[in-house]
Design a protein around this ligand. Sequence first.
Ligand code: HDE
Length: 720
Amino acid sequence: MAQSNTPAKTNPASAPGHDGTNSNPISATFTQETGNGGEIQQMTDDTAARLTTNHGLPISDNQNSLRAGTRGPTLLEDLVLREKIFHFDHERIPERIVHARGSVAHGTFTVSKAIPELTRAALFQKKGNICDVFVRFSTVAGGAGSVDTPRDIRGFAVKFYTEEGNWDLVGNNTPIFFIQDAMKFPDLVHSVKMEADRGYPQAASAHDTFWDFVSLMPETLHNVMWAMSDRGIPRSLRFMEGFGIHTFRLINAEGKGSFVRYHWKPRLGIQSLIWDESAKLQGADNDFHRRDLYEAIEAGSYPEWDLGIQVIDPEWAARQPYDILDATKLIPEEEVPVQLIGTMTLNRNPDNHFAENDQVAFLPSNILPGMDFSADPLLQGRLFSYLDTQKSRLGTTNFHQIPINAPRCPMHNFQRDGMMQTQIPKGRANYEPNSLAKAGEIGGPRADAKGGFRSTTDSDALGNDPTQKVRLRSETFADHYSQPRMFLRSLSKPELDHVVGALVFELSKVSIKAIREAVLAQLRNIDDEVAKRVANGLGMDKLPDAAPAARKAVDLPPSPALSILKHKAPAPKGRKLGILVGDGADAAAVKKLQDEARTAGASCMIISQKIGGAKLSDGSVLPADGQLAGTPSLIFDAVVITTGKEGYDALINDPAALEFAALAWSHLKALGLCPGGRKLLDKANGGQDEFTLDHKDAKGVVAKLADRAWDREEDLRPAP
Ligand code: HDE
């Protein structure tokens, strides 16, 4: 395959003259001599570019190394072989210490509401302003090759390529974080990653060291409750909220600052897996989320999020029982509404996983004129860490020149040289001030006192005393229990049951009894009833005493916005219907289902026992998109089973078909069933409810794509 180092077309920072695609097309067909054994050595293709070494030498044979005789040793002289293997040996770079596993997409961001009163950032001066974006969604704990659906927080990092430079909003899918101070980050990460001596578990928080840390650091509990909730197992990256978490600042043209928090609201609504499903998906499809995002974009079903801000009045903030600089606290939307200011549409898949996903470098320090940071001690630490880690991961201070990281606006300064420098600056002006322009030479760029980035001067706007030099946490950061309590009390019943179930699951994997007890002691400070249920699930006969608390929990009003089920968008759009088709299935019913799904903006996949497809009632053969044994009902939001007599006999004796029905039932999905399908479900031990419909009721089935039969769960998996 021809190698090209073509930079992104729109990237002005990329070196000219490196456009390798078809720069050396072959005019004639490869005329390849046959080897001594008489076999054809190489395919010919006269439309392809000519294969060369990295230095441009045309290659005549990319299949055979240079040998001393056909059966002799390989020669060191073989520059083609040496270069090929040398490059291959160094293909991998260190993976990210956290967020190693990620999926990416390109898109655009369009401003829906200008906010010049809040910021002088050029992007937000006019409704309709648009810029390119690049997004990376990630899990936190697992390695780059780990699975997509563990219980974990998800990263939600967005790079905006604006006319004033790159703005990176590097957030997560929860509005809060585990710790309050950057000083604790290495400890947190060490505790959750696989344990140091045994090298497991991979991509899982259900082990001793994580829960040990949690039990000793009550500030983690709020984010832990979110991770144990359905937010920790999203159904799709497309159905996730995103949050900038920290309080940031916007600065307007008059220099007036406002405190803000950022929110991404998915247009498709929020939706999660259920735990059993997420665990089984890890076997069924490692790449469940990556594939889902890729396929949706390929199909033109572009996921969209609205960007919102909460603008926080410092006087209001001073009256709250928490500190807005504390990243373990959220600001309820009911109290400070989220104003929508723009929409992000993801409309292009990456061209190359390494060049874009592995090499993208997000920096929370990438902000625009008209933006600034707050003194959140977690954010302050991040401002150092990301720049620092890129040097270790990407190997050079020039990582900003890599096409995916390069700004799409002019970039000039006097920083020079370094490893992998790709720019060739002209002239001798590599210092400032200089007067070379006066002598007719290139003088280089100059600072823009008016339009350039300026830090805010009112650093004590929230009442800090900057004259003290201390290693102390503010008293206003001391309440670790009220917000997790508020979170639990904002959930619907099934959601709260899931948190209890998740805590029981995770703590059952903790082998040291004292750690289980210490977590229970912390839980009692959040909610005694939940603590009792978890203790019951663990078979613990006596609840330990509550842990000593610096501040006791107070009852904050519940925030319904925190519940997924209380405000989900129950629309079939973007969801996936699976139709298991047996021979003799009603052709009209299948067509109706496909049409109905498409009309509703959902996708639809045909499954049959053989990939060649099934023969329908009208004699036609419907090719399958998935073979039954490799396409479990796990990957769908709702399923239909439809077959004629011929297919029924084969399906009813096929364990994969029985499991297809049984798992759809157990995962609370809607099932559209023909009479044979109903017998299949009966044999697989399912039952009947308003989510088991007739296979001809296409409207009914599709309408239930975004929903689950929560009533089934009580019988199937009663919560402790
Ligand atoms: Fe990160 N984090 N983080 N983090 N983080 C990284 O940077 C760090 C934190 C987040 O897709 C690293 O480029 C510290 C909060 C995302 O490439 C590293 C602290 C939030 C990503 C790093 C935090 C995040 C990272 C590893 C505590 C949500 C993936 C690789 C002060 C607001 C970015 C890299 C991507 C990645 C450090 C806490 C989100 C080591 C020190 C809070 C989405 O620099």
